[in-house]
Design a protein around this ligand. Structure first.
Ligand code: NAI
Length: 455
């Protein structure tokens, strides 16, 4: 064999797996056909957050007067997209070079090109054939689009294209009110685009806790975003999007469309049949050890369609490598945190309130509104709440849902708590520094005991 392990795809699943395997003494090759860093670094998580950071900076400056800052012409504030694009490109470049440097430092061989299976242990990359005892497929995902008639004169963008915008569109319809649709609708609205969201389900952010999704819908409506739920898009015409809502046909006129109806596992060009790897509804089938149906072949990240998040992919990579190295490890999809970067931020883990009620019947919900948190007041951002869901008898934490300032950083505390099977009573006993936003988590735990102190 040429290598112990070949990893296909250098996104956050693949490159983490490759580095960890090399650290554990394996001879590793990673094959990438586009860009090191994958979707997340190049056209996903990282660039989106760069764009959103500019919006937040502008919004903070706009509020500087209430913090006693003078001398700023608030009326003249604007966002220069070309500067933002340059900043985005330089951050991506730095991160990609960083990953390439880490691969090199760990003696992982990086090959450019498409990896195609010839058999269970052999891949073809360009004119070369390479072999390995174990192969990890980490080929990622691609954007989905709707099977509806589209007039070619209407620009229909994917999230990748919106991330590269150099001009502000005047009116855009966002099809899909999921995570991508919501983050980009928030960005577009903030740069001055008139935005409508058309969502097929009966609410935006279907997987998010219903109470929080409702609060976001209210916030977006107040921001001037027009939201249509329960709406099935039937065609895209040259001057607008047509959809059916409760049997009635409606049309929203616009100059551009963002298609944000989800992502699909990407297996094109892998020739999985040659290795006999099973695929179901487009996704490579894996068990909890990340093994496919073929011994020695693993699949991690978006390509297995289980939880399309960068941090899930990285953890699946570690799980696969552990198993290859003889240390039996399983993935736990019940404790994957998720984060949405609008302002206030949203972060969740575990069961939503509705899911917990369905599974356990009687539950406890500890809620704490941010208006009761001193640090939130100091920061000037008191919107939102923290809620912790527990079972009724032991107050074991089943889930947590944060819609508040710094939510995306704070959810890690609940991740640790849930992995240690912590109860709300135990969380109450843990001292939280004052004044911090994290005290809202402490208070929500107090509230689960029916005794919140500051509310
Ligand atoms: P998604 O699956 O989250 O949302 C797609 C939305 O489109 C759903 O709400 C769905 O009901 C709706 N939809 C489907 N068909 C429709 C139709 N015919 N008409 C109207 N609406 C329709 O997918 P999204 O937002 O494209 O994101 C893709 C993946 O990337 C997700 O797994 C997401 O978690 C991940 N992601 C994560 C981010 C984060 O962690 N901050 C940021 C962006 C993406």
């Amino acid at each position: 064999m040429d290598f112990d392990i070949i990893v296909i795809g250098a996104g956050p699943g693949g490159y983490v797996a490759a580095i960890k395997a090399a650290q554990l003494g394996k001879k590793v090759c990673i094959v990438e056909k586009k860009h090191v860093g994958g979707t997340c670094l190049n056209v996903g998580c990282i660039p989106t957050k760069v764009l959103l950071k500019s919006v937040e900076t502008r919004n903070e400056v706009a509020q500087s007067g209430k913090f006693g800052i003078t001398g700023i012409d608030i009326g003249g504030l604007d966002i220069e997209l070309s500067v933002l694009q340059e900043r985005k490109s330089s951050i991506i470049k730095q991160l990609v070079q960083g990953v390439e440097g880490l691969l090199k430092k760990n003696k992982v061989i990086l090959k450019s090109g498409n990896a195609e299976f010839i058999d269970k242990k052999t891949l073809k990359v360009g004119d070369e054939k390479i072999t390995a005892d174990s192969i990890i497929i980490a080929a990622g995902s691609e954007t989905k689009s709707l099977p509806v008639a589209v007039d070619n004169s209407m620009p229909v963008y994917t999230s990748t294209e919106v991330l590269g915008l150099k001009k502000k569109p005047s009116k855009m319809v966002v099809i899909g009110g999921g995570v991508i649709g919501i983050e980009l609708a928030y960005f577009l609205n903030n740069i001055g685009t008139d935005v409508s969201i058309v969502e097929f389900m009966d609410r935006i952010l279907p997987p998010v806790d219903a109470e929080i999704a409702g609060m976001v819908e209210k916030q977006f409506t107040e921001m001037g975003i027009d939201i249509h739920t329960g709406a099935k898009v039937t065609k895209i015409e040259k001057d607008g999007v047509v959809f059916e809502n409760e049997g009635m046909e409606q049309k929203i006129k616009c100059g551009a469309v963002l298609m944000a109806v989800g992502r699909a596992p990407y297996t094109d060009g892998l020739n999985l049949d040659a290795a006999g790897v099973a695929v179901e509804r487009g996704a490579v089938v894996t068990d909890m050890t990340m093994s496919t149906n073929v011994k020695g072949i693993y699949a991690i990240g978006d390509v297995n369609g289980k939880s399309m998040l960068a941090h899930t992919a990285s953890m699946e990579g570690l799980v696969a490598v552990n198993n290859i190295c003889g240390k039996y490890t399983k993935m736990d999809y019940g404790k994957v945190p998720s984060a949405i970067y609008i302002n206030p931020e949203i972060a969740s883990i575990g069961l939503t309130e509705d899911q917990a009620k369905e599974k356990y019947g009687d539950i406890k919900v500890g809620r704490f509104p941010m208006i009761g948190n001193g640090k939130a007041l100091i920061e000037g951002e008191t919107r939102g709440l923290v809620k912790i869901i527990t079972d009724k008898s032991h107050l074991e934490i089943l889930g947590a849902h944060l819609y508040c300032i710094r939510a995306t950083d704070m959810i890690s505390e609940i991740s640790v708590a849930m992995n240690l099977e912590c109860t709300a009573n135990e969380l109450v006993k843990m001292i939280h520094p004052h004044p911090t936003i994290s005290e809202a988590i402490h208070e929500a735990a107090h509230a689960a005991e029916d005794r919140p102190i500051h509310f």
